[in-house]
Design a protein around this ligand. Structure first.
Ligand SMILES: Cc1cc2nc3c(=O)[nH]c(=O)nc-3n(C[C@H](O)[C@H](O)[C@H](O)COP(=O)(O)OP(=O)(O)OC[C@H]3O[C@@H](n4cnc5c(N)ncnc54)[C@H](O)[C@@H]3O)c2cc1C
Length: 405
């Protein structure tokens, strides 16, 4: 195996480095101008902090599949959990998500699950007592939350066929079952567990402390995507939870719709971040890497790839901006979120594959920025409703016929 002689050494970790990163170059149509100047300033500050404190350490943690607990104070200072749980500035939250995912999709996932699924559920579906007891610690990231819906045998069909049960006895509930893929599940202090009430067959939500007897979490090893996220298989063996920790706002799965619709939107924004990352990385590499005596950016086929990534990213961003406007107006429907997530994640998959090919062999080494982006995209394509399920949600909305049951 040989490396072309006329190629300069491209510093491996520089491929997506802060030195290269000069601003929202991938925001080709300047959608960020729709934010107020002070909001743009917040996004710029977040970008600077993430580039300084997070980017330098993520590659190693990704390789080792470890979680960088040392950056939790940095993330807390960005105040993202509050922004998400309050749910009153969707555009700003979207652009903040782009910045996080652009630096690392695992860190973005960690923040998104904790804020959009755990804290937002308590904010929207909980009691005043629950908000008092849990939200302050969640907003400050002092106590991490997780969201446990998926099961080993039920992913796409979990709302229909959930096996985890909750049985009420007096002022408490007994939970039994197994949950799979639970992000931050190995270290979360509290897990929002969804279980089927054995009395009325409806799915209900419970805030479960991981310190409770009968609660065990085992890390899922050997992932090829989002390796920093500590996904767990969680077993609930006669875990007793107090009635005051049941979410009263969730008396059936339908009640979680707003939550899950918003979290699909969040993944749509993440896919924009990954496409921006792919664009940053591929453009930089194409300008530096020389073959046949010229930068590879001078070849027409390489330019076409760069433009295609930019088109995909810009189109996805335009979609997400409109979705944020619908959220803000209170008119977002589940099928809107489903179409945005499916369409943006499909484009993302193409963008990261094109970006990876621009880096040639170096595109498959995690010493360069692109391989992590490429691999992480696979998880985003599947979670928060797979590409296929989200497509069928739209199909059901336009035909009136459900094709997935
Ligand atoms: C990295 C990662 C993090 C995650 N974090 C969490 C978490 O924190 N909490 C949590 O609860 N879950 C989490 N999940 C689970 C995630 O939501 C599920 O993986 C997802 O819902 C898909 O379920 P599944 O993996 O069981 O696939 P399945 O449902 O088994 O689907 C397998 C394939 O079949 C397709 N398929 C299934 N049914 C149909 C149909 N009717 N028509 C057409 N195609 C169909 C799917 O689209 C998919 O391609 C996470 C997953 C990953 C990978």
């Amino acid at each position: 195996m040989s490396i072309a002689v006329d190629s300069p050494q491209i510093g491996s970790t520089e491929a997506c480095s802060p030195e290269f990163y000069t601003g929202p170059t991938a925001d080709f149509f300047s959608y960020q101008d729709l934010l107020a100047p002070e909001e743009q300033q917040l996004v710029a500050e977040a970008r600077a902090v993430l580039e300084r404190d997070v980017r330098p350490i993520v590659a190693e943690h990704w390789n080792n599949a470890t979680f960088p607990f040392e950056i939790i104070p940095t993330l807390a200072a960005l105040n993202l959990v509050d922004l998400c749980a309050r749910g009153n500035n969707f555009l700003l939250h979207g652009f903040m998500t782009v910045e996080l995912a652009r630096v690392d999709a695992s860190i973005s996932t960690f923040v998104g699950v904790h804020s959009g699924l755990f804290a937002a559920a308590i904010a929207q579906l909980g009691t005043d007592d629950q908000r008092d007891r849990y939200l302050a610690d969640a907003i400050s990231l002092r106590r991490i939350g997780a969201f446990a819906l998926t099961e080993p045998d039920h992913g796409s069909d979990v709302s229909r066929n959930m096996e985890t049960t909750a049985t009420r006895t007096g002022a408490s509930w007994t939970l039994n079952g197994v949950k799979r893929w639970i992000g931050s599940g190995t270290f979360a202090a509290n897990v929002l567990v969804w279980a089927r009430d054995t009395a009325d067959d409806q799915i209900k939500g419970f805030i479960v402390s991981s310190a409770l007897q009968g609660f065990t979490a085992e890390k899922i090893e050997n992932k090829i995507a989002l390796r920093i996220v500590q996904n767990a298989t969680i077993t609930l063996d006669n875990v007793v939870v107090a009635e005051r920790d049941r979410l009263p706002g969730a008396t059936s799965f339908r009640d979680t719709n707003r939550l899950l619709t918003n979290s699909r939107v969040w993944v749509g924004w993440q896919t924009v971040g990954l496409q921006f990352a792919a664009y940053d990385c591929a453009l930089r590499y194409a300008l530096e890497r020389r073959q046949f005596g010229k930068p590879i950016a001078s070849f027409q086929l390489v330019q076409e790839k760069l433009v295609r990534i930019l088109e995909n990213a810009t189109t996805s961003l335009g979609t997400m901006v409109r979705i944020a406007q619908l959220q803000q107006a209170g008119t977002l429907r589940p099928e809107h979120a489903a179409m945005a997530k499916a369409s943006a994640s499909g484009r993302m998959r193409e963008s990261v594959a094109l970006g990876r090919s621009v880096l040639g062999g170096n595109g498959i080494s995690t010493d360069f920025g692109m391989a992590r982006v490429f691999a992480d995209a696979e998880a985003l394509f599947t979670y928060e409703g797979s590409y296929e399920i989200n497509t069928l949600v739209v199909g059901r909305a336009i035909t009136g016929i459900s094709a997935f049951q």
